[in-house]
Design a protein around this ligand. Structure first.
Ligand code: FEO
Ligand code: CA
Ligand code: CA
Ligand code: CA
Length: 641
């Protein structure tokens, strides 16, 4: 979400066998071998931080670039096709009703693809295979835009006073979808409507467990749940991640938009205010549901803002809110296996001047024992990043009793540190960043990339090496480098990394922009407001944007090498319709399909249900714009890019 823009059934379920994870490990080994070969090639300097810029460029990213600009539909580089795969309202089950925009109900929406698709995870079928033509798509539904959904919501204010029906539909349109997808012999993708894997997770119906150090704590108990361990629903699921043991991570981001009431009179005042629960509502669910009013249920907000893990291969699996990973506005959650086998999860906290986090598990990942891995994310140490001006990065542990994290500062126990992760990180002196969004690890180089979408409120006196621009309108991307070596040798669990600025976004032809890329970036190769990131199997970085319309161009996807002579030479590949942002880019294992979410098409000022800025993707009178997943493939076959 552009935070500032809103603006079984008895069924056969596959079980893990050792082959599954062995194939994943084999892939890592393969990539590591590739990395060893590449290591002999010319390595790019960590140029931008030191001011060096390379002259020559070499890359096989030779697709024809798109021009900048905004219109009513999507565009992909010539030579590729971008087909709509699944749309908001599409039926997912044998008994799902068809999409009827003039009579939306919660019960129908709960059996249809949700609204505002975001994160996409591709999980091959059968489980353990590396299939690139048959799998499960796990897709987040971050939020809803009422004025573009309902025939009876008038005006362009996206969040007018709703009726109970509106609220119920909105809650059923939030959450997550698991849907089986197949690539046909003609190369086209389609989804399987009556697959036994298909599942909707919603804000209103799906029961989840709180697990880890904070589970069962008094501050997580409510009148509906005196155990502090059971929650109905998940909120504002933005980006996410996939674990090597085949589970999906979905991250709860802007959860403050859902809670009414003044927190200042409650015992959770400081906590709630630090998370932004200041009645900046975009939803009015509290008018019908007391749990969304902090004055009536002051602990309910503490049950949101977590990373949720579930098993997409088991449609009956109970999603787990993993409290060990901390509570904040999680953009996403990206897993890496450190060289010693510990599991690391990176996550950005998407708000101006917030932080970047890394969880390190206590246990060791076992590729031959899926059950052993299931609860690895419940026990470990959460750390937060402090960027030093000498190019090093310290990961500071958020451990109760250490340093300032004591009762004198309001931290009664480790659960308190995790519930108030932001406040704890602030006490430790973490580096306030320019809106940390997606974090992604490169399996070949071992380095970690972080998108920082923007910070127009940073001023000269607050700039630093890792956030170098005052009034940063266009955002930037950082590269974090773990010690230990490339690929699987990277020590992601280490407490000290190095870092550099990979690129500074914006229009480089504007001298005042401070934009920095490879010198050969084209007129349409520059981008603005990097948000989601993905690596293809060759280790090249694909960057999705949120906010480029402020620079008079559509959001979309740009691709670049991350090292060698074409490092930071971004090229423009795909763009989305007016009002939309591009989210969730995800590749199949063979790199031949790129799935992308087109989120909130037509969400611009003045756009309404009756007169939307675009009716993408159906373009039929009376049919509203529909957030959808598209599948991009190369005409005639072959890899993307
Ligand atoms: Fe939901 Fe940070 O974008
Ligand atoms: Ca965003
Ligand atoms: Ca995002
Ligand atoms: Ca990503």
């Amino acid at each position: 979400m552009a935070c500032d823009k809103m603006r079984c059934m008895t069924k056969e379920v596959p079980t893990l066998d050792a082959e599954v994870t062995k194939s994943l490990i084999a892939r890592r080994d393969l990539l590591s071998g590739t990395a060893a070969a590449m290591a002999t090639a010319a390595l790019a300097p960590t140029a931008l931080r030191t001011g060096e810029v390379e002259a020559a460029s070499s890359t096989d990213l030779d697709f024809v670039e798109l021009p900048h600009g905004i219109d009513e539909t999507h565009h992909v580089s010539p030579g590729f096709t971008a087909d709509v795969l699944v749309r908001w309202g599409d039926p997912l089950f044998a008994d799902s009703p068809d999409f009827k925009p003039d009579s939306l109900t919660a019960s129908s929406q709960a059996k249809q693809f949700g609204y505002n698709c975001d994160f996409i995870g591709y999980f091959p079928l059968p489980y353990g295979s590396a299939s690139s033509d048959h799998g499960l798509l796990c897709v987040n539904h971050e939020y809803t835009t009422s004025s573009l959904m309902f025939t009876d919501v008038r005006g362009s204010n996206p969040y007018p006073a709703p009726t109970r029906r509106h609220v119920d539909v909105e809650m059923a349109a939030h959450g997550h979808t698991v849907v089986e997808v197949k690539r046909q012999t003609d190369g086209q993708w389609s989804y399987v409507q009556d697959s036994l894997y298909n599942r909707r997770i919603t804000a209103s119906e799906t029961q989840m467990k709180l697990t880890g150090p904070a589970a069962g704590h008094d501050r997580l108990k409510t009148s509906a749940d005196p155990t502090g361990r059971l929650v109905i629903g998940t909120l504002n699921n933005c980006a996410g991640g996939q674990t090597p043991w085949g589970t999906c991570l979905t991250a709860e981001e802007n959860v403050h938009y859902y809670f009414a009431g003044d927190p200042r009179g409650t015992a959770e005042a400081g906590n709630h205010l630090s998370m932004g629960f200041n009645q900046s509502l975009f939803f009015s669910w509290s008018e019908y549901l007391d749990r969304f009013n902090v004055e009536k249920e002051p602990h309910e907000p503490n049950r949101f803002g977590w990373v949720v893990e579930f098993d997409p291969y088991d449609p009956e699996s109970v999603p787990m809110k993993r409290t060990a990973l901390g509570r904040f506005r999680h953009e996403g959650a990206t897993t890496a296996i450190s060289s010693d086998g510990r599991v690391v999860v990176y996550s950005g906290d998407d708000q101006l001047f917030q932080y970047i986090y890394k969880f390190v598990s206590a246990g060791i990942y076992d590729p031959d024992n899926r059950d052993h891995n299931r609860d690895l994310l419940d026990d470990g140490i959460l750390t937060v990043a402090r960027f030093e001006e000498d190019g090093t990065l310290e990961w500071l542990p958020l451990v109760w009793g250490d340093g300032p994290l004591t009762p004198e500062n309001g931290f009664a126990d480790q659960a308190g540190v995790l519930i108030e992760t932001r406040r704890a990180a602030s006490f430790l002196g973490a580096t306030p960043m320019d809106r940390p969004e997606d974090v992604e690890t490169n399996l070949i180089t071992g380095s970690v990339f972080v998108a920082l979408s923007k910070n127009p409120f940073r001023r000269d006196f607050r700039t630093d090496g890792a956030n170098p621009r005052s009034r940063n309108r266009a955002g930037h991307i950082l590269e974090l480098i773990p010690p230990g070596g490339e690929g699987m040798h990277a020590d992601h669990a280490a407490t000290t990394f190095s870092w550099n600025v990979f690129l500074q976004a914006g229009d480089p032809s504007d001298p005042s922009s401070g934009a920095q890329y490879h010198a050969d970036v084209s007129e349409s190769g520059w981008l603005a407001n990097p948000d989601n990131l993905a690596f293809d199997p060759k280790g090249r970085l694909w960057i999705a944007t949120d906010g480029a319309s402020d620079f008079d161009t559509a959001d979309g996807v740009w691709a670049t090498e991350v090292r060698g002579t074409a490092r930071a030479l971004t090229r423009h590949f795909f763009k989305v319709p007016v009002g939309a942002e591009l989210t969730g880019p995800a590749f199949t294992p063979d790199g031949e399909t790129l799935f992308c979410s087109v989120q909130h098409p037509a969400q611009v000022s003045g756009s309404t249900f009756d007169n939307p800025a675009t009716r993408w993707p159906d373009f039929e009178d009376g049919v509203p714009p529909r957030p959808s997943v598209v599948a991009i493939t190369r005409k005639g076959g072959g890899t993307i890019g």
